[in-house]
Design a protein around this ligand. Structure first.
Ligand code: BV8
Length: 228
């Protein structure tokens, strides 16, 4: 009786690039023409909350544009979960878009938060949000996004899944941001097989046993075929 492998998949902005969403560091770190320190730190938010809400309102509108749809890489991961079972395939995404959900994946951890949710800073309540946020109307509402210097979400579950993984597959991430960039080292400490699928070698390239380079919409479906 063949045992079903436990697979943890880390995704980054590169998996959504061919769906029309910008990556973070292709534009030498000036993401969407903004300085990350101004729009992706709590200090930046405190300095100018309206400017940060304007930035996330723009991204939220972009994500809901009819031309922004999951690509073949998102669908391949959803098919993998469907075939191997939700308990055996976990997507840990650094992305705040909902393209994995749109493609049909169910077992997803958004470790850096979600664009289509906001959070009440006082109560901690997380609310779905599909429209622009008007900071002047409710100063307690912030984007449900993990900014630099803030603690990523569901880290216990992530570390637990990594400790049991038979495969750790990293897709579309440059390996710039921690703790996500360190997950491959945790996987290497167990007997997990580690695979990098990316457009080009990431900063952590040498830590992966298998590396396949090319656009995600091509290399991910091809690689996932080896599992199903
Ligand atoms: C934490 C939310 C402690 C915004 C994001 C000094 C002070 C404070 C902190 C630090 C510090 N020094 C280091 C740190 C830690 C810091 C960090 O790592 N900084 C880096 C920059 C040095 N990290 C943090 O602050 C984190 N918190 O450490 O808390 C802690 C730690 C452990 C346990 C408990 C507590 C919080 C980090 C979260 C920051 N928020 N996003 C938003 O999204 O709106 S990070 C942001 O970067 C996005 O989430 C993004 O996903 C992520 C990583 O970027 P990538 O996804 O990799 O995107 P990138 O553009 O870089 O690369 C794209 C890749 O795709 C490229 O390789 C490219 O080749 C490839 N690609 C392109 N096209 C394609 C493709 N691949 C395939 N196909 C294609 N077509």
């Amino acid at each position: 009786m063949m045992t079903i492998p436990k697979i943890v998949i880390l995704t980054g902005a590169g998996i959504s690039a061919e769906s029309g969403l910008s990556t973070f560091r292709a534009q030498n770190g000036l993401w969407e023409g903004y300085d990350v320190n101004d729009v992706a730190t709590y200090e930046g938010y405190m300095r100018n909350p309206t400017a940060v809400h304007d930035f996330y309102n723009m991204l939220r509108r972009k994500l809901q544009h009819p031309n922004v749809k999951p690509n073949a890489a998102h669908f391949a991961l959803a098919e993998l979960e469907q075939k191997l079972g939700t308990d055996n395939v976990l997507i840990v995404t650094q992305n705040v878009d909902n393209l994995h959900e749109q493609a049909g994946s169910k077992n997803i951890i958004h470790m850096h938060g979600e664009l289509l949710k906001v959070r009440n800073e006082k109560t901690g309540q997380i609310i779905d949000c599909f429209n622009d946020v008007n900071y002047q109307q409710n100063k307690l509402i912030r984007p449900h996004i993990v900014w630099f210097g803030e603690i990523p979400l569901q880290m216990e579950q992530i570390y637990d899944a990594l400790s049991q993984a038979d495969y750790f597959i990293s897709i579309g991430t440059s390996g710039n941001v921690y703790p996500a960039a360190g997950f491959v080292q945790i996987a290497n400490q167990t007997s997990a097989k580690t695979i990098e699928l990316n457009l080009e070698p990431s900063l952590g390239e040498s830590l992966f046993q298998t590396k396949i380079y090319g656009p995600a919409s091509k290399v991910v479906p091809e690689f996932i075929k080896t599992f199903i």
